[in-house]
Design a protein around this ligand. Structure first.
Ligand SMILES: Cc1ncc(COP(=O)(O)O)c(C=O)c1O
Length: 389
């Protein structure tokens, strides 16, 4: 297997020209020069609107289709079912409104307490407007493993919305088992893969997702959102759209003119992942660092890791005995180690785990993280034994 050459990878990131050790990747990854250059080049390339007549039209067309096919390759999806939007949140609100047009009293929608609010609130709001019932799937606050989905499914379940990986604890639920139970009940499955796509190979069919969302800015790309689905499913859905806008799929789900320069950046981000060894190499690099981090944390009894899921991303929510998360963040930031504090919009997860609206300190590993940085994080946390007492 290809191994990540971390020093070489780091040379692509101008933002790493400083002493800051970045553990804030789950909030948005750093951007390699290759991606920024592709965006800048696309902005001045003369693109206007898609078409097949003129050179600029063909370039705009190729840029759009190139981004669809790059992402389809990354997600094991059909390029014809790839929808771009402003953010995962915006796409999910739009999708919820579209699906809920067909829901009514007696219908049920399942959301989980483990999810980021972007895969909860759009469904809850849409269900309430339609008079449908929301069923909540909880999780074990100790392990952060989801409860059994069978308990909340019924023949009236229309949709199950579940995360592929918790952006708060790193927990990776068994999405394919959940999807298969949901499908047996006749429900659609919407998977929030925003936090999984940056850390592991993802395949739409293997996950059993009917609809999957992710955000390229979490994996080296620009700030936009992506919805991936089978085009035959999208053909059945009728989103709100302008009269002169096309009825074609996936275009009818894309409101207004796409940000073509950002689409060029998406393609460059997917190319960058391939150039550093692909997702299996990313996963292996992060697994090695995670093992080192977890080993080191074993020697720090005053630092608690929330959750012990069977499968996880390299993202840990930490709590230091007797020290507020915000103070931990500030202390480490003063030592050039960036581990932000909060609930990171996984507000239901934080409350369910007993962490209220405060949350914890989140340390996320990235392909550009080094062994030395992990050790600096451990040293910084080690210094906090007597802090504030
Ligand atoms: C797991 C997860 N889902 C959804 C979102 C929302 O994504 P976006 O910012 O593209 O709306 C985030 C953002 O942090 C996230 O981490």
């Amino acid at each position: 297997m290809t191994v990540i050459d971390v020093e070489r990878v780091r040379r692509s990131f101008p933002a790493l020209d400083s002493d800051l050790a970045r553990f804030d990747g789950p909030g948005g990854s750093l951007v390699p020069r290759e991606v920024a250059d592709a965006v800048a080049a696309a902005m001045t390339a003369g693109m206007c609107q898609r078409g097949s007549t003129s050179g600029p039209e063909r370039l705009t067309e190729a840029t759009t289709l190139g981004a669809r096919s790059a992402l389809a390759g990354l997600l094991g999806a059909d390029p014809g079912g790839l929808v771009f939007g402003r953010s995962m949140t915006a796409l999910t609100f739009d999708l919820a409104r579209t699906l809920a047009a067909d829901w009514g009293p007696g219908d049920e929608v399942v959301v989980t307490r483990l999810d980021h609010d972007a895969n909860i609130r759009p469904w809850v709001i849409a269900a309430e407007r339609a008079g449908a019932t929301v069923r909540w799937l909880g999780f074990d606050p100790t392990t952060t493993e989801l409860d059994d989905v069978a308990a909340v499914l019924s023949e009236r379940t229309r949709l199950v919305a579940v995360t592929a990986a918790s952006n708060l604890f790193g927990t990776r639920p068994d999405v394919s088992a959940i999807a298969s139970a949901a499908h047996d009940a006749g429900a659609l499955v919407h998977v929030d893969a925003v936090h999984l796509v940056p850390h592991a190979p993802v395949d739409l069919a293997r996950l059993g997702a009917d609809l999957l969302t992710c955000s390229p800015y979490k994996f080296f790309g620009p700030h936009l959102g992506v919805l991936a689905a089978d085009p035959t499913l999208l053909e059945l859905l009728l989103p709100d759209k302008l009269l002169p806008a096309t009825d074609d799929v996936p275009e009818r789900f894309e409101l207004g003119t796409l940000p073509y320069e950002l689409l060029a950046g998406v393609t460059a981000a997917v190319d960058f992942i391939a150039a550093i060894g692909g997702m299996p190499a990313v996963e292996a690099h992060e697994a090695d660092l995670l093992a080192r981090l977890l080993d080191g944390l074993d020697d720090l009894p005053h630092v608690r890791v929330h959750g012990s899921p069977a499968s996880r991303t390299p993202t840990l929510l930490l709590h230091v005995d007797g020290v507020e998360p915000r103070a931990v963040f500030e202390h480490l930031a003063a030592n050039d180690v960036l581990v932000p504090a909060g609930t990171f919009y996984a507000i239901e997860a934080s409350r369910h785990a007993g962490l209220g609206d405060i949350g914890g300190v989140r340390a996320g590993l990235s392909p550009y993280t080094t062994v030395d940085e992990v050790d600096r994080l451990l040293d910084g946390l080690g210094e906090l034994t007597s802090f504030g007492r």
